[in-house]
Design a protein around this ligand. Sequence first.
Ligand SMILES: C[S@@+](CC[C@H](N)C(=O)[O-])C[C@H]1O[C@@H](n2cnc3c(N)ncnc32)[C@H](O)[C@@H]1O
Length: 333
Amino acid sequence: MTPALPASSPPPNWVESNHPLGWLINRVLAVEPLRQLLFWQARRLIIRTAEGRGIAWRERREALRQAAEPLLAASRDPALSPPAYYRARFHAYDQGNLCWAAACEAEQATDAMALRVWPGEPELAPVVAQGRLRQAIFAAIEPSLSGPVGRALDLGCSVGVGTLALRDWLVERQRREANGVGAEPVLVDGLDLSAEMLAVARVREAELRAGLPPIAAWHHAAAEATGLEPGAYDLITLQFVCHELPQDATQAVLAEAARLLRPGGVIAVVDQDPESEVIRRLPAPVATLLKSTEPYLEDYFRLDFPAALQAAGFHGVRREAADPRHRVLVACR
Ligand SMILES: C[S@@+](CC[C@H](N)C(=O)[O-])C[C@H]1O[C@@H](n2cnc3c(N)ncnc32)[C@H](O)[C@@H]1O
């Protein structure tokens, strides 16, 4: 039996509302005109920096919107009503993830995030950084897998950057295991609460398919109440989702993932690493900007994830640092 993992470190000082630094940041952000000002400065800086690194932020936003708008109706479940916590202001957007701006800037923001992981490599191309980030995540999952992965589900898939990388990795893995002959098919689903994100994911999938099997389904649903078949999946990933959730939502999502996995199936939860020195020592101005766009960060850093995974019915929890900022928690059903 794998020994229980120690609880995660306490939240970084800049997160903690009981710490003088966290408290001060919260006070600054409570002054709405100041928050708005900081926020718009940050947004301009992020876009300018990303464009300087070869991410065509604004041009790509317009192209994605044009291509995705016709796919919105097919991506939406009209009966779905997002939970109240999800309607909060996230990132740069007053309507959070429920708007075209968020959906059509998500790919660019995800690439910019990958570049920030390796600040000492100014020549790194966005696509290379993104590939490196995902490969490290999948390498951390591999030791917990025993045998082929025929069905996988990417919860909180957004515009599919992680979903398509997961599909590519699993197809390659299956081919390797089968030595090139008669590889089992791989079915990968994505699931998100934002229909706009899913419409953009469909556009991106069509752009990147190039001979690979299509994503089996893009589900418009809440990760805590998917309505999907129990025990149907071998692997479930939550890539950079939990820092956007209040604690009770995270606990509900983990319980739903346990329901969806077959016995012996694997869950992988990737997100900011509370042990990371880079995260713990974020300069106060950067931390202020980050906090201004992420309403549930303190909840995230306060949750004892190994214990939450165990409470949801998982065992064999492993923790690996995927890169200088992110960790992967992997556990078995
Ligand atoms: C930061 S993005 C995730 C990025 C993506 N997984 C990746 O690896 O690039 C967070 C996503 O989680 C989705 N999300 C947040 N809460 C959710 C929930 N309860 N159910 C489903 N999706 C959710 C958001 O709509 C958003 O698209």
